[in-house]
Design a protein around this ligand. Sequence first.
Ligand SMILES: Nc1ncnc2c1ncn2[C@@H]1O[C@H](COP(=O)(O)OP(=O)(O)OP(=O)(O)O)[C@@H](O)[C@H]1O
Ligand SMILES: [Mg+2]
Length: 469
Amino acid sequence: MIMKLFQFIRTHVAVKLGLLLLSVFLLVMLALGNILYSLFLTFYLSHTTEELVQRAHSHAAVLSDHFDRLTIDHVVRMEQGSLFMVVILDEKGEVLGSSDTITPLHRPYLKEAAQRNLQEEYALEQDWRTKPFLVSRSAILGDGKEIGTVVLFSPTAPIREAIGILQGMLLGIGGITVIIVTGILFILSRMVVRPLLEMKKVTGEIAKGRYQSRILVTGEDEVSQLAASINHMSKEIQFYQKQRNEFLADIGHELRTPLTYLKGYSEIVLQTQLSKEEQKEYIGIIHEQSKRLQRLVQDLFELARMEQGDFSFRKERLSLEEVITNVLTFVESSMDEKGIALEYQSPKTKPIVEGDPQRLEQLFINILENARRYTPRNGIIEVRYGGDVDHITVQIRDSGPGIPKDELPFIMERLYRVEKSRSLETGGTGLGLAICKKIVEMHKGEIWVESIEGKGTTFFVRLPLINWV
Ligand SMILES: Nc1ncnc2c1ncn2[C@@H]1O[C@H](COP(=O)(O)OP(=O)(O)OP(=O)(O)O)[C@@H](O)[C@H]1O
Ligand SMILES: [Mg+2]
């Protein structure tokens, strides 16, 4: 039961806030009430006691002047209308007069008051809580001797009554506080907790995969901002989810073609009687397709790792020209084979950049490989440098077919190819430029492309430069 209550408090912000508020209020109320209570008590009691003593004293003073029947009756009559009760004793302690009936409750005080060795004025009883009255005595003096005593009683019931009223008032205020705090709690829970609950519900939905769930944002406070952030996040997730699904579909498609070839040709080799040459031809196709598959998987893996930020990235100072000339010697022979002329303008000074030499090589191989692949026989490929003090731009231009204007924005997306049907002939998977883009991003550079259909394509790679030497 108690555990359940704790669990309830722990899991509800509104209850926590409310309890905190309530305890602060109650603490303040308690302190204030206590102060008020003791102040009231001190003033009220000291006032009553003082009056009691004073009155007894003034009666005693009057009687000290005229200690006779007439004065005694006068004093007694004076107190008959008041709350007090006066009793006048002679020197032996016998009652000479009283303003009210003397009950057994009064007796012990009268006996005590008659004793001589007391002070002249003395409060005999001050306990207002348990005793029925406060009592004061004052001596009546004649010729320097005590000739009688005035005993004054004041009932304590009115004091207790007043204190009771005060306590009731304080309790009432406390009660009202509790009601107010409960009201605040209710408003708070509407203002703060309700939207939070709504957010909890929606994020739960999102976690379950229903990305189209949105929170209604009303206001501009922190809670509304949080709601807006969650909406934004869920939109983002929805987008990525869609992209992922499309990507998976694309990959499935990419894998299907080579696998169909592999299955088909291997079945032929296994099931039919073939000549040695035919066998060799078919196994050659199988080999080509498995190589293609291997490359596809490798590229995908590479790209995924780069996207996750989980890759080794060396950072060293290097001459970009060296990287490019390395790549050029690598692709030269395949260019020659296709009769493509390679024009290279070496820079006047060496561009020094900071980066990973292997990744940069891969970047330029991908671009040059594309240029070679998509440029028809006897075309031209040109590599030049440009830039300024802190950037270098490498241009790679080809005299190929160019890229249609409306396809240009997409060619660096993974698996995107302009000519989808040509894939088998050219063997591309559409990952090369996606990898290029990642590599350039890793180097805090930019890559873009300009192309005129029928004329050719130019790729630009702009990288931060350390200096020209
Ligand atoms: N120099 C170019 N001239 C004409 N089209 C190009 C050129 N470079 C790229 N493209 C087009 O952009 C597409 C995407 O290029 P990308 O390098 O990403 O993929 P790919 O070459 O098809 O395959 P991969 O490089 O993964 O083997 C290509 O399929 C091609 O249609
Ligand atoms: Mg390519």
